[in-house]
Design a binder for this molecule. Structure first.
Ligand code: NAP
Length: 143
């Protein structure tokens, strides 16, 4: 894939994984536009200082219209689920928004499967375009 004018949206960009992802993309791929999705802009000073290729946008998985803003025009979505009990709901909300915004490639980050308790819900590796509205629950499976 050509990196020219590619836009990568990264969620959870103030977190450990998200901030490292944004920093790596900005420093190693200066031709890529990186959209750093953050819940709290006050935590985003480090991201804003990475240079002109990084655009910080505010989003909250509980507010669908902000998710649309985060993903519109992105070629790639790097979906980094937050930790916590509602992480699957947060992730489905982000997957649904990425699909609505016709993002072509999705990179999903999760913890090591062998450390997940049995019965945990996981997400299959699917592109949003392959998930119909009627079957969004099909992206989930149990360990
Ligand atoms: N850290 C690791 O070494 C590691 C290794 C493998 C896998 N993972 C996986 O990677 C994922 C992220 O881990 P992490 O360590 O980066 O977590 P983290 O540091 O806690 O970051 C979580 C991010 O999610 C954001 N967030 C939380 N709730 C949100 C909401 N409602 N709307 C929008 N953003 C929200 C947080 O924003 P705020 O700053 O506003 O809270 C933060 O930016 C997890 O699924 C974890 O299992 C982590």
């Amino acid at each position: 894939m050509s990196t020219a004018k590619t836009t990568v949206a990264v969620t959870g960009a103030t977190g450990q994984v998200g901030s490292a992802t944004v920093r790596c993309l900005a420093q190693q791929f200066p031709d890529i536009r990186v959209r750093a999705g953050v819940r709290n802009k006050q935590k985003a000073t480090m991201l804003q200082n990475l240079g002109p290729s990084v655009e910080v946008v505010q989003f909250d998985t509980a507010i669908p219209e902000t998710l649309t803003k985060a993903f519109t025009g992105a070629n790639v979505a790097c979906i980094i689920p937050p930790n916590g009990p509602n992480r699957i709901d947060h992730t489905i909300a982000m997957m649904t928004a990425a699909k609505k915004c016709e993002v072509k490639h999705v990179v999903m980050v999760f913890g090591p499967v062998d450390r997940m308790p049995k019965g945990s819900l996981m997400l299959k590796e699917v592109a949003p375009a392959e998930v119909s509205d009627a079957s969004i629950s099909d992206v989930l499976f149990s360990l």
